[in-house]
Design a protein around this ligand. Structure first.
Ligand SMILES: Cc1cc2nc3c(=O)[nH]c(=O)nc-3n(C[C@H](O)[C@H](O)[C@H](O)COP(=O)(O)OP(=O)(O)OC[C@H]3O[C@@H](n4cnc5c(N)ncnc54)[C@H](O)[C@@H]3O)c2cc1C
Length: 372
């Protein structure tokens, strides 16, 4: 059986590893000259978003025999709104590195894969389809799915990020929801060592946001961060996306083509998490190819997760700075504090998104009616 995997990232390599474990040697095609050949950035995997799974890294290791070493476990996240600062503590999840760093998740996966990776690939999907029994599309965006008429793009956003050097508490990521500075979007700081971190903004391309200058928005955000963290970290690298698509495929598999990772719709529109789903879709597509289980069945819950996250995105976009301030203030309230501790505790089985989605959906519905 001849299997081609297009893209040696999170989903493609997870697929390759799983195929190898079941005796299939795929051919892996990567367009870049090495794995993770892009900006280095800190990312997060929050267990709370993957309930009922308690610990995502342990789960991946036990269930799929894929072993990833995060940089650190995070037990606290600081949340800023325009006028308030709060924090959530608990077993939140992990921080990790991505991109061209020897400890990035893609580098760790590549070390576990035995099959040689074909770098600088210029093969198109059409080329691979002609030659292989199965093609796994793992290129990290929805472009191919779009071209094949198999993608629902729900939003596009602009993103700009920088790597910085300064002094950071490497276990504590921080996030800012300040619509005066980043309208309807957010910004975050993820440390990946005591001296290095990423500062990134992302905002949706809504009609009101189209006229914004991404560089100016970022500059304003950077000034805000410098004030809040009381230092001016040195910028060492930067990246930007002017049209980052968020959406989901209509069918996870068409004939013998599998859509995995962001080609499937791994990245959640609510807060932009996609690593865990990228691994799941990679592994599940391999299960289908090996005849262990059906891809369409295995990914069904991932469609629900995506749609819940889309409600979260709409909900967030309907909020104002005042509302965001009052939500952050609630974190000081003893009752909410206890509830949140419970939800984030290691023993918690509560799926926050499933729990909150009906309320957000109702709210979004009324907001839409009011606006019409
Ligand atoms: C700035 C930023 C911050 C993020 N932060 C988080 C976070 O904190 N937590 C989280 O969970 N998720 C986060 N995400 C999302 C997460 O990174 C992605 O959802 C995940 O990496 C998707 O995995 P993938 O396998 O689809 O793509 P990738 O891991 O990006 O791999 C795609 C691979 O395909 C290759 N490729 C592309 N085109 C071709 C081609 N034509 N032929 C061959 N190879 C090709 C690419 O070079 C790349 O190696 C973030 C994303 C961004 C952009």
């Amino acid at each position: 059986m001849e299997v081609a995997i297009m893209g040696a990232g999170m989903s493609g390599l997870s697929c390759a590893l799983t195929l190898e474990k079941h005796g299939i040697k795929p051919r892996i095609f990567e367009k870049r000259s090495r794995v993770g050949d892009r900006f280095v950035n800190g990312e997060a995997m929050f267990s709370i978003l993957n309930r009922p799974i308690k610990d995502s890294i342990e789960y991946i290791s036990k269930e799929f025999d894929i072993h990833l070493k995060p940089i650190t476990e995070t037990n606290k996240i600081v949340i800023h709104s325009k006028n308030e600062v709060g924090s959530i503590e608990g077993k939140i999840g992990y921080l990790n590195i991505r991109g061209r760093h020897e400890n990035s998740y893609e580098s760790q996966l590549a070390k576990q894969v035995k099959t040689e990776i074909n770098y600088n690939s210029i093969y198109s999907y059409e080329d691979l389809c002609k030659k292989y029994d199965y093609v796994v599309l793992a290129t990290g965006d929805g472009e191919y799915a779009c071209d094949l008429g198999n993608y629902r793009c729900d939003l596009t956003c602009k993103m700009k990020g920088v790597s910085v050097e300064g002094e950071f508490n490497r276990d504590v990521p921080e996030v800012w929801f300040n619509y005066e500075v980043v309208p309807k979007g957010y910004g975050w700081l993820i440390p990946y060592s005591e001296r290095e971190a990423n500062i990134v903004i992302a905002y949706p391309c809504t009609p009101n946001n189209i006229k914004l200058d991404l560089n100016q928005v970022f500059e304003n955000f950077y000034s805000l961060i410098c004030e809040d963290i009381n230092q001016k970290p040195r910028i060492t690298d930067e990246f930007q996306f002017t049209r980052y698509m968020m959406g989901i495929c209509n069918s996870p598999k068409i004939d013998n083509t599998y859509f995995v990772g962001n080609c499937f719709g791994a990245i959640s529109p609510g807060l932009g998490f996609g690593q865990f789903t990228a691994i799941l879709t990679g592994v599940y597509s391999a299960y289908d190819i090996c005849g262990i289980d059906k891809y369409e069945k295995l990914v069904r819950p991932l469609f629900d997760n995506y749609n819940n996250s889309l409600e979260l995105r709409r909900y967030l976009q309907n909020l104002t700075d005042d509302k965001l301030d009052s939500s952050i203030k609630l974190l000081d309230n003893k009752f909410f504090d206890k509830l949140i501790d419970k939800i984030f505790s290691a023993e918690s089985q509560i799926d926050l998104m499933e729990f909150a989605t009906p309320v957000m959906k109702l709210n979004n519905y009324y907001k839409k009616k009011l606006n019409n």
